[in-house]
Write a protein of this length. Structure first.
Length: 105
């Protein structure tokens, strides 16, 4: 990852930043080349946000055409009536039933 790509990922306009703060940009680029992006972010954590506010990356808005959502038709089953009564499920006890242990003399 290059320093310019890093700045884009942090939503900072690299060219604007370089034009107005050239010495800071060069110092940051030199440090970025020596350490990993995660370490750089950890070191410059409180300095990145003010730079982001001063040099924001322009937002590109893409206009997309609206998508047509297919209609979903749910077919319910036909109710079949029968003359036979429906058996009820057996009632379960609300708590487990324990059998007593047999006494051994």
């Amino acid at each position: 990852m290059t320093f310019e790509q890093y700045l884009i990922s942090k939503k900072i306009d690299s060219s604007l930043f370089k034009r107005h703060e050239q010495t800071l940009w060069q110092a940051w680029e030199k440090e970025f080349d020596q350490i990993s992006p995660v370490s750089f972010t950890a070191q410059k954590l409180y300095l990145i946000n003010p730079i982001r506010r001063r040099f924001p990356l322009p937002i590109v808005v893409e206009i997309k055409e609206p998508k047509v959502v297919a209609e979903v038709v749910i077919i319910t089953e036909a109710k079949v009536e029968s003359t036979e009564p429906v058996p009820k499920p057996a009632a379960k006890p609300s708590r487990p039933v324990f059998k007593p242990k047999p006494k051994i003399n």
